[in-house]
Design a protein. Structure first.
Length: 182
């Protein structure tokens, strides 16, 4: 059984560095099979729910009723805004995967949340500690999702490429120049 259809659209989300006022630009590059079909953007504040911002961006876009895979670079965006994959999937009715180059340290993230005196601390630590989030390794990347299924190579290539572009656009627009890699 094929879980992911060939040519599935990907919405890759990345944030720019936090500004002094505690907000950051969040950008989504939407595309499939090497073609960019749209760019979405919004601002996320340090106290916002990253999950709700991502859902709002997609649900207000022309991609709302189209099949799409949501991709992020990890569970935390714009500082310590934690994405709740289960809630994001419920709000958007779309699958979400998180891609990282290195396996994140849950303990370091929990410690950072406690030290920051983050709003909704228990809820955020609960998400980070969730046993529902499954981890796999493909093509040198760690993939985290609620479902744990294998991502087809061509879809993973598209997701990583669009995530990289989203990161470069967010940082380039916010700071005047992009740098680094995901």
């Amino acid at each position: 059984m094929r879980i992911f259809k060939q040519g599935l659209r990907v919405a890759a989300f990345a944030t720019a560095p936090l500004r002094l006022n505690g907000s950051a630009l969040i950008v989504s590059v939407v595309g499939r099979q090497g073609m960019i079909e749209g760019i979405l953007s919004d601002r996320i504040r340090n106290k916002d729910s990253a999950t709700r911002v991502i859902a709002r961006m997609l649900n207000r876009s022309k991609f709302k009723n189209q099949e799409c895979l949501i991709v992020t670079n990890g569970i935390a965006v714009a500082g310590l805004n934690i994405i709740d994959p289960e809630e994001a999937e419920r709000l958007t009715r779309k699958r979400l995967i998180m891609i990282t180059r290195h396996t994140p340290s849950k303990e370091r993230l929990k410690s950072a949340l406690v030290n920051s005196k983050a709003a909704n601390l228990r809820e955020k630590i609960g998400i980070v500690s969730s046993k529902k989030i499954r981890k796999s390794k493909q093509q040198g990347f760690f993939i985290f999702s609620m479902h744990g299924e294998e991502i087809p190579k061509e879809l993973l290539d598209t997701a990583v490429s669009l995530l990289r572009i989203a990161h470069m656009v967010a940082r380039g627009v916010a700071t005047g120049e992009s740098k680094g890699r995901i």
